[in-house]
Design a protein around this ligand. Structure first.
Ligand code: PMP
Length: 394
């Protein structure tokens, strides 16, 4: 087989769709007005922001007035957590989250602990990456003001029981935030049906531009503003909007909503072929993440006796782009906190690979990976004295 270039790192980022770029371009020059201006240049741009807001709202069944644009998923997570923490200080100082959150949540919680006197409970997860609802209930105190639990994990793809978590939070009058960055555009997300109060979103994971996202804030939820200044985003997130970015996000949200079923089904079918093919061909392999409650495009494996960085580079040499377990700490040799939280040892966590599928991937891409990956793993394992011993039955 000839060498191909295959992108299987869609959970890290996605390419912008042509329709998205086409929608954005006029807002860089022809339609350059400032949405806050009263004249027609400004009004046209305001209309474009309203359209984008409506499209993002439709994707998650929110009202457009509940969508606040941000500079990405990280900012939305920061805002949700700090915003509720600061607004509810006199009610309590306890936050519940999990050990497998994205760093945008974990580091925000750590900051609140270190500098603002908050107490944070980091829930454990089981070997599939699921939280326990019992643990959640037991960790609630009369000081708990916020539960922040991610919708779907970016590394292992596990989807949490969001509706049940929402119910538990509301029975106790606690605000429920979820990091929905990996979920939107990949699975149905209905914030009303699921009882979500706050949800962070990002555009560049759904074929939109980078550096733009949104926070869904259910009507009536109290939180402090994030950026102080002008009146943009109802004075809660001030600053002239990234108009072209927001227009692109709106277009990406519209396409994601219209294509959701097809996209999801296509990815599930490719993922299953990939996972089953790898499990058949490569011994001493573990699939990480829940087998069914998982993101359609996520496959995450740990191969015993090998080093993840070497694996990624070897895959890159045959044109396959994947990522290691430590997806968001690239350059770090520490195994990911997510893989450690599901109970993997340092050694096994090191030999992990995330392949995340998306738009461009085909059956032929999966066949190509199934041809090359087993050979690469085998070659790398031959460098491991331990593998030699195990393979020889020693
Ligand atoms: N949360 C999750 C679960 C993510 O996967 C990411 C992106 N890696 C983020 C938050 C941050 O989003 P952004 O890149 O838009 O800041």
């Amino acid at each position: 087989m000839e060498k191909r270039r295959i992108y299987m790192d869609y959970a890290a980022t996605t390419p912008m769709k042509k329709e998205v770029l086409d929608a954005m371009l006029p807002y860089y020059n022809d339609l350059f007005g400032n949405a806050s201006s009263v004249h027609s240049f400004g009004r046209g741009v305001k209309g474009a922001l309203d359209t984008a807001r409506t499209e993002v709202a439709k994707l998650i069944n929110a009202h457009p007035s509940e969508i606040y644009f941000t500079g990405g998923g990280t900012e939305a997570d920061n805002w949700a957590i700090k915003g509720v923490a600061f607004a509810s200080k006199d009610k309590g100082n306890h936050i519940i989250t999990t050990k497998i959150e994205h760093h945008a949540v974990l580091h925000t919680c750590e900051y609140l602990e270190k500098y603002h006197g908050f107490e944070v409970t980091y829930l454990n997860v089981d070997e599939d990456g699921m939280i326990s609802l019992e643990d959640l209930k037991n960790s609630i105190t009369d000081k708990t003001i916020l539960i922040s639990i991610m919708f779907a994990n970016n590394e292992i793809g596990t989807i949490q029981p969001i509706k049940e978590i929402g119910k538990i939070a509301h029975e106790k009058g606690i605000v429920f935030h979820t990091d929905g960055v990996q979920a939107i555009g990949n699975v149905e997300v209905d914030v009303k049906e699921l009882g979500i109060d706050l949800m962070a979103m990002s555009s560049h994971k759904i074929y939109g531009p980078k550096g733009v996202g949104a926070l869904y804030i259910r009507k009536g939820v109290k939180l402090h503003p994030f950026v102080h200044g002008g009146a943009q985003e109802k004075k809660r997130r001030a600053g002239t909007e990234n108009v072209a970015g927001i227009v692109g996000f709106g277009k990406a949200a519209e396409l994601a909503r219209v294509n959701l079923d097809n996209y999801k089904n296509k990815l599930i079918s490719l993922r299953e072929k990939l996972i089953n093919g790898i499990m058949e061909r490569i011994p001493y392999t573990r699939i990480n993440g829940h087998r069914t409650e998982r993101l359609p495009g996520n496959a995450n494996f740990s191969f015993e006796f090998i080093e993840g960085e070497a694996l990624l580079l070897s895959l890159d040499m045959v044109g396959i782009a994947g990522s290691s377990g430590s997806a968001c700490t690239s350059g770090s040799l520490d195994p990911s906190h997510v893989l450690m939280a599901i109970g993997l040892s340092h050694e096994i966590a090191h030999g992990s690979l995330r392949l995340s599928l998306g738009d461009s991937n085909t059956e032929e891409d999966v066949d190509y990976v199934l041809e090359h990956l087993p050979k690469i793993v085998e070659r790398l394992r031959f460098m491991s004295p331990l593998y030699e011993k195990v393979a020889k039955g020693g």
